[in-house]
Design a protein around this ligand. Structure first.
Ligand code: ATP
Length: 448
């Protein structure tokens, strides 16, 4: 088990502190659907921003895309999803629960021990109808991945970006899969977000680029503070590989239920562009000016789940510690991921303190996600901020009224320093750039 946390504790913290709520809770919830609350939405956005920064912003060989969720139905025919995006499903003849055949190990229903049907293939794509007539001809699918948006826009992206290969197209967006057995909180849901890169390369250079992306993607999680010992790479065996894939690695994380996939990186060869060329009649080969040759590019695909990453970051950051005889729960999130960067806390609700505390808050919030809290004791408020992973609390006390100084309290070291208000923003900015945190090994070497 990673660290000392089980899934119940994470689910409970998420509910208590506004990270994740069951969807439509007042109606009893909707199976496997979750809503991200005020803290969750920030954390999720920070994960997506970190991915976008590493994949698009900091590179000149990747461009972004935001394609539509509903696409021409032929797209899914060409991609193979209509015919084979399916899991073998078995049904219990007694209680009628349905299971993925791969989850069954003794031919009996895990719920009631009843007999199971023979496996049949169950397509995981959600179907709906476009327009006012519900007929076969107007069937469209909710995309089960964002990748097809990149393939069908390959030429648009190459032409308009005026870039040469190798060139990547990146997208973050919702995907839908009618999973037979969703579960483990936000690990497997029917609606989730993908962060996908399709990196197009010249055939022959694909293996080197594949190795590069496997390494790069693995290190991304570590750069964002995830503990290396909770991450591993697993190469797919021959029997596991999709028929078109040349190679595939999963980045796995040690979740409370065991090692499970966080991200897949596949060498998809020229399968996708070839398929779309065949089905659309549009030639998607690429003219390589440098070598004077034309070819169908190979594609390397790192495909990660936003929600699974959020879950892994939460689990990895979670820690229960004892401070002066009291238990505290802390999320040692890297500052760039923390939902709130700063909390402004007047020592009490005393009316003399409020104006200055409000002024400090107003000064900071254009620069950082900042919250203001003046309810309950200062100790309790520190605990609350620890639980949502706020790296810095700024406390305003009566002394502040005299000397215009405030106290910064650090989440990890619990160190407190006093700084003049006019230097507060600059000091916090310096502390919040991830570098000093990386140099301060406190969160990295914390109790395991
Ligand atoms: P799994 O084997 O867990 O079903 P997969 O191999 O089908 O996943 P991919 O199609 O490779 O998944 O998608 C890439 C990533 O998208 C996964 O590594 C995961 O992080 C995320 N993902 C896939 N399906 C789901 C889901 N139902 N809920 C949440 N995240 C998902």
């Amino acid at each position: 088990m990673p660290a000392n946390v089980d899934m119940e504790k994470i689910v409970s913290l998420c509910k208590r502190r506004g990270f994740v709520f069951p969807s439509s809770e007042i109606y009893g919830g909707l199976g496997s659907c979750w809503d991200y609350g005020p803290m969750g939405v920030e954390l999720k956005r920070n994960v997506k921003d970190a991915w976008w920064k590493a994949i698009v912003q900091e590179r000149d060989d990747v461009v972004g895309l935001d394609s539509s969720i509903m696409m021409h139905p032929q797209v899914w025919k060409a991609s193979g999803h209509v015919d084979s995006f399916a899991d073998p499903l078995v049904e219990c003849k007694s209680c009628h629960l349905r299971w993925r055949a791969s989850e069954i190990n003794n031919e009996k229903c895990p719920q009631c021990g009843g007999k199971l049907t023979e496996p049949r293939m169950f397509n995981l794509m959600f179907k709906t109808f476009m327009g006012p007539v519900e007929e076969e001809a107007s069937t469209v699918y909710l995309r089960p991945e964002t990748a097809q948006g990149m393939f069908v826009n390959f030429e648009n992206a190459v032409t308009t970006s005026r870039k040469r290969l190798p060139l990547g197209i990146a997208q973050i967006g919702k995907s839908f899969r009618n999973e037979i057995t969703p579960g483990n909180f936000i690990f497997r849901t029917r609606e989730f977000e993908h962060m996908e890169l399709e990196y197009f390369v010249k055939p022959g250079t694909d293996e080197a680029w594949f190795d590069y992306w496997v390494k790069e993607r693995f290190e991304w999680y570590i750069r964002l503070g995830m503990r290396k010992e909770n991450l591993r790479l697993r190469q797919h065996g021959k029997e596991e590989l999709a028929h078109y894939a040349k190679d595939c690695y999963d980045v796995e994380y040690l979740f409370p239920m065991g090692w499970s996939e966080l991200e897949g990186i596949a060498n998809r060869g020229d399968y996708d562009l070839t398929q779309h060329t065949k089905h659309s009649g549009k030639d998607l080969s690429y003219y390589d000016g440098e070598s004077g040759t034309r070819y169908v590019p190979y594609v390397i695909e790192p495909s990660a789940g936003v929600d699974r990453s959020v879950l892994a970051f939460l689990i990895d950051a979670y820690s229960e510690e004892e401070v002066e005889g009291e238990k505290r729960v802390v999320l040692h999130l890297q500052p760039s991921l923390a939902p709130m960067k700063v909390a402004v806390l007047p020592l009490s609700r005393n009316e003399k303190l409020t104006p200055l505390a409000r002024e400090v808050y107003k000064q900071l919030c254009p620069s950082f996600m900042t919250c203001y809290d003046d309810s309950q004791s200062i100790g309790r408020r520190y605990r609350r901020q620890d639980e949502i992973g706020t790296p810095f609390c700024v406390t305003i006390d009566f002394q502040s009224l005299e000397d215009n100084q405030v106290t910064i309290r650090e989440r990890d070291s619990l160190a407190q320093i006093r700084v003049p208000i006019e230097k507060l923003e600059k000091t916090l900015r310096a502390k919040l750039s991830d570098e000093p945190f990386e140099k301060t090994p406190l969160w990295a070497t914390r109790q395991k």
